[in-house]
Design a protein around this ligand. Structure first.
Ligand SMILES: Cc1cc2nc3c(=O)[nH]c(=O)nc-3n(C[C@H](O)[C@H](O)[C@H](O)COP(=O)(O)OP(=O)(O)OC[C@H]3O[C@@H](n4cnc5c(N)ncnc54)[C@H](O)[C@@H]3O)c2cc1C
Length: 378
């Protein structure tokens, strides 16, 4: 009998499988409907031998030393600082908006101090910041909002930023210096041999069995197990009792191009003139050398795999109802982005999974000697 059935072999499921097997000696069955481990972070070589991210670009960045050190047990890293350009008014300019963005867009040569004054002169101060539009207009004014954010957000969410919670655009910084890095986290690096290789190492413990191409519901009555860790969609777990939690999806169009380099940085955003939102060239992320190059276009979709929870108050209310059901099901741990209906970066999911592991140990639902030793350590 397995001690734990873990549903989903993404970051949430794999971290817990690894901890429970390696630290507590638990017997684990980890199951995924997909044909591979790694969840959305899965990468693979395409037919031309180029390492690509099947579900869109995944860039690792974190401020958590614990998370970075934990993952470092399973991979070496290559330093990588992410940079993004936006195609606006026929130019490719840095995003997040910085000093170079404004100077190049308007043919100016402002200093950082002058840019602060520029922003102050164009900003439309809002007393209450409620929506995604409020966030941006309050900082950089309506014109830059229209050029960089409005249409991108409409494409991505099929909603005007004025209808979307402020959290969507709050993530995007604005700078008055020339820092053109997309992220400013302490640790910015990519797994040297890719994410999938890292997941393989995490799951290579003899106590962990991996079952792919299978929905957990197919095996519930067939394979005995003790407890469950669930990282799939929370509404599915409860048979959509209160209705479906809304998600935004993406369609990925992968291509190989017969040239070593396609674009000047890993990601180019297209806020305005195309149906896709961005184009990623993987070799920047992976460091792979190859005479050809692999790119992916992202087309936002209403239907498809659940990627982004739609941040509206009515959806948060609906999630609360499912959360109450989850709280009343203590034999199952709900972990990860789908089970908690929240957009998380990879490092946040790793941190969440490590926290759940710690709680499992602290709850003392394991009486083995090893668990007690672990408990004494945390
Ligand atoms: C387009 C895109 C780009 C992203 N880019 C970044 C980035 O650059 N940096 C970053 O830090 N984060 C990024 N993320 C977020 C990142 O993908 C997540 O943080 C991470 O994958 C979450 O891991 P998870 O284990 O919670 O979920 P997932 O990776 O989704 O794993 C859940 C797994 O559960 C499986 N499952 C679901 N239902 C069932 C079932 N009934 N039975 C069996 N298995 C089931 C699914 O098949 C899936 O494999 C991005 C996300 C998207 C969508």
């Amino acid at each position: 009998m397995f001690d734990y059935l873990i549903v989903g072999a993404g970051f949430a499921g794999s971290v817990l499988a690894e901890r429970l097997a390696s630290q507590l000696g638990k017997k684990i069955l980890i199951i995924d409907t997909r044909s591979h481990i790694g969840g959305n972070a899965y990468d693979c070589f395409n037919d031309d031998g180029i390492l690509i991210h099947k579900y869109g670009p995944h860039i690792f960045h974190t401020n958590s030393r614990d998370v970075f050190e934990y993952l470092s047990q399973f991979t070496q890293w290559r330093s990588y600082e992410h940079r993004v350009l936006a195609s606006v008014d026929g130019q490719l300019v840095p995003i997040p908006i910085n000093l170079d963005t404004v100077n190049r867009l308007y043919g100016l040569s402002l200093t950082s101090f002058q840019l602060e004054d520029f922003f102050a002169s164009v900003a439309e101060p809002k007393e209450y910041i409620r929506t995604s539009e409020d966030v941006v207009v309050n900082k950089v004014g309506r014109e830059l909002y229209e050029k960089f954010f409005r249409n991108y957000t409409r494409k991505q969410w099929d909603m005007d930023p004025s209808e979307l919670d402020k959290s969507v655009t709050s993530r995007v910084a604005t700078r008055t210096n020339r820092d053109n890095r997309y992220f400013t986290d302490t640790y910015q690096a990519m797994p040297l041999h890719g994410f999938t290789r890292m997941f393989e190492k995490m799951l290579s413990h003899p106590n962990i069995k991996v079952m792919l191409n299978a929905d957990y519901r197919e095996i519930l009555d067939v394979i005995p197990f003790g407890k469950m860790i669930y990282t799939g969609p929370i509404d599915l777990f409860f048979n959509y009792r209160y209705g479906k939690l809304p998600y935004r999806s993406l369609e990925f169009k992968h291509e190989t191009i017969n040239t070593p380099v396609h674009q000047p940085v890993a990601v180019v955003n297209y806020p305005n003139e195309h149906l896709y939102t961005r184009v990623t060239e993987f070799k920047y992320l992976t460091g792979q050398e190859h005479p050809k190059t692999g790119i992916v276009y992202e087309f936002p979709r209403a239907q498809g795999d659940p990627y982004y929870p739609v941040p509206r108050s009515e959806n948060a209310e609906l999630y609360k109802k499912y959360k109450a059901l989850a709280d009343a099901t203590p034999e199952v741990h709900f972990v990860g982005r789908l089970a908690t209906y929240k957009y998380y970066n990879m490092d946040q999911v790793v941190a969440q999974a490590l926290m759940v592991y710690k709680k499992i140990v602290e709850a003392g639902d394991d009486t083995s000697e090893k668990a007690n030793r672990e408990l004494a350590r945390v």
